[in-house]
Each structure stands twice: as structure tokens, then as C-alpha cells.
Design a protein around this ligand. Structure first.
Ligand SMILES: Nc1nc2c(c(=O)[nH]1)N[C@H]1C(S)=C(S)[C@@H](COP(=O)(O)O)O[C@H]1N2
Ligand SMILES: [Mo]
Length: 341
């Protein structure tokens, strides 16, 4: 966010950036509002820590965190067969309700993890994925077309947020490499950029948190995008993705911090330079471009040596964080410069 310079002591988790941005921009935000809307908007801002209160402004709230799987999501290929090469032997799966209740999706809300309450107006389908930039030919795909073309598999991956909480998730989807190949990138392409959807009318966090540089954008080097672990998820726990988990498609990059995996991707763009990324632009000393999970590199405000593993709702247990989140055998070769402690 260009007009916010965060003093170092405020630079912290994604959450702290939110709080500080909110604080710094409150006056500017209020002054932009029309007279008639001030009372209402101040009230909803004061209530913003309570997702139920905020949901009043967001249309009909879903009944529960699994009531948010869109009715018209394609189900062809579900449930997909599990690929036993990608399992997590040392941890249980995170309970399904927990994985869909405790989520980060700032387009709905950046202050609470309970964003599912706010997804009532979000209607992902119909969806088109645009392919642009350094490609032989620009084109668009729809989700069902992609699923039919690539097929689906299930992979159980570790998931590690930079805020030091973690989960184990069974994703349904296909390797990102298949999608990249279908895009026919030019040999000059060195990086790939991803852009998330920007639907102000359906996403209350975009309306309310005007200080963020929407839409959410992320990026990878081409070798990272083509790594066998890089996965496009269209489902989890054997069903299409709930809205709050990134319906209709999101990336799962298990060796990187969670924010490197954009949700609700609408655009893939091939470039010949390192793309800018949302969190890196907001707080460059906190969130690097690579952002590989690395227990030996502390965040400026906390250690990354361990994590709070979420096994079920409200149930967390402290566990050591592994180098590359336990995926060194797949990815270490790509990062000769990664600090090894
Ligand atoms: N578009 C978009 N993608 C996003 C985010 C977001 O706010 N917007 N949050 C990121 C962060 S910080 C994390 S930890 C993961 C969370 O995925 P989950 O909520 O499904 O566990 O999504 C990532 N992708
Ligand atoms: Mo995160």
C-alpha cells in the first residue's frame, strides 16, 4: 500500500499490518464517506472484530463453514484418488471443519479468521481463468474444462502460515505444471504472476479495507511453478473448495508460507522479470518474494522455529517447523542461497 509507511515496531504478522493500516487510514477512510453513511460505517467498523456483526453488511450469512461450497461448482472427478506419494506421515489431518473455519482471506476480512460468515454474496461461478503475457497466444479456460483436461488427484500436504500456525490438508486438484504447459509460455518467460478476483460487490473486505492494493497478487519463478509439488487446488476433503478456502481455485505450495498461495485466481501472466507481490509490497522486510518455510530464519518479530499445529477447532499443539516445511527432498536444489542455519 503506497501511502502507508509502517514504523518498524509495528511490522509484524499479517494481522499487525492490517491493524496499523486500519489505524493510519481510519481518518482518510472516514473523510471519503458520504454524510449519510458515516453512522452506519463507523458502527460496522467498531464491530469489525465480531464477524457476525460485520456479516450484517455482507448479505445472508451461510449456516456453517461447510455450507459455503457453491452449489454450481463442477463435481466431475470428485472424489479423486489419493496420490500416496504426497502424504504426511507424522501428523493427523486437520479436522475438516477447523480447516474451513480458521482461514485467511482478506478480501472478506483481515481482522478475524472467521471469514466464512462473510461469504454470502460471493458467487464464484461462472469463472474464467485468463492467460496473458509472454505466451504463444492469450486464452481463457473454464474450471470444468481444466478438470476434464488434467484429471484430479488428492494430495495431503502440510500447510504453514507465516503467522506460525499450521495444518494438514487433503487437497484435490492437479499439478500447476500441467496448467503452465497448457498456457504455452514463450521461452523468454522467467516468472509467472497470479492475480486473485476483485469483486467489490461480493467481497466486503475489499469494500471496507480500501487501504489494500487490491486485487491480491502473487508470483513464482518459472522453475518453482513447474516443481512437482506446486499444485492447483479446486477442492479439499473430497469436495469442491468452500468459498473461504479460495473457491473456485487456489494454489497450494506446501514448502512456502501460506500467503504465497493466492486464492480465487482469475489471471495467470507470464513475465520476464520478478513480479511484485501483495505482502512484499506492503511490508518488504517481513515478507520476501521467495518466502520458503525456514525455521532458521526468524520473522523480525517472532521465531519460525516452531508452529501451532491445528488438529481440530480451537485445538493447537506446538511442533517444530521443518526446513522447507518437510519438503527439502523436492525443492532444496532450487535454492542454493537459502540460509541453512
Ligand atoms: N486472494 C487471497 N489469497 C490468499 C490470502 C488472501 O487474503 N487473499 N491469504 C493467504 C494466507 S496469509 C494464507 S495463510 C492462506 C490461507 O489459506 P486457508 O485459509 O485456506 O488455510 O491463503 C493465502 N491466500
Ligand atoms: Mo498466512
Amino acid at each position: 500500500m503506497p501511502n502507508i509507511i509502517l514504523p518498524p515496531e509495528w511490522r509484524g504478522r499479517e494481522q499487525d499490518v492490517t491493524d496499523m493500516a486500519f489505524y493510519l487510514n481510519r481518518r482518510a477512510f472516514l473523510s471519503k464517506l458520504g454524510v449519510g453513511t458515516i453512522a452506519l460505517s463507523s458502527a460496522s467498523m467498531l464491530a469489525c472484530a465480531d464477524p457476525r456483526a460485520a456479516s450484517v453488511a455482507a448479505g445472508p450469512a451461510p449456516d456453517g463453514p461447510l455450507d459455503t461450497i457453491p452449489d454450481n461448482a463442477p463435481r466431475v472427478g470428485f472424489p479423486a484418488e489419493r496420490n500416496m506419494k504426497y502424504v504426511v506421515p507424522e501428523r493427523p489431518l486437520t479436522e475438516r471443519v477447523a480447516a474451513s473455519s480458521y482461514t485467511n482471506f482478506y478480501e472478506f476480512d483481515g481482522e478475524s479468521k472467521k471469514v466464512w460468515h462473510l461469504t454470502g454474496d460471493y458467487k464464484p461461478f461462472p469463472w474464467t481463468l485468463q492467460v496473458a503475457g509472454l505466451v504463444e497466444k492469450e486464452q481463457t479456460f473454464d474450471i470444468e474444462q481444466l478438470i476434464r483436461k488434467f484429471g484430479l488427484e488428492e494430495r495431503i500436504y502440510r500447510f504453514r502460515c507465516v503467522e506460525a500456525w499450521s495444518a494438514t490438508i487433503p487437497w484435490t486438484g492437479f499439478p500447476l505444471r500441467k496448467l503452465i504447459d497448457a498456457c504455452n509460455p514463450l521461452s523468454s518467460a522467467t516468472h509467472v504472476r497470479f492475480v486473485s478476483v476483485n469483486r467489490k460487490d461480493e467481497m466486503p473486505g475489499i469494500r471496507r479495507q480500501t487501504w489494500y492494493p487490491w486485487p491480491y497478487y502473487e508470483g513464482l519463478r518459472m522453475d518453482e511453478a513447474r516443481n512437482e509439488l506446486a499444485f492447483v487446488a479446486v477442492g479439499m476433503y473430497g469436495e469442491p473448495l468452500p468459498k473461504q478456502n479460495g473457491s473456485p481455485l487456489r494454489l497450494a505450495l506446501p514448502w512456502k508460507y501460506g500467503y504465497k498461495g493466492p486464492k480465487a485466481v482469475v489471471r495467470i501472466e507470464f513475465t520476464n522479470e520478478e513480479p511484485k507481490t501483495f505482502w512484499n509490497d506492503l511490508a518488504p522486510t517481513e515478507y520476501s518474494f521467495l518466502s520458503n518455510v525456514n525455521p532458521t530464519v526468524p520473522h523480525p518479530r517472532w521465531s519460525q522455529a516452531s508452529e501451532r499445529f491445528m488438529s481440530a477447532e480451537g485445538r493447537f499443539r506446538q511442533m517444530p517447523t521443518q526446513m522447507f516445511n518437510g519438503y527439502a527432498e523436492f525443492v532444496a536444489d532450487m535454492y542454493p542461497g537459502e540460509p541453512r542455519g
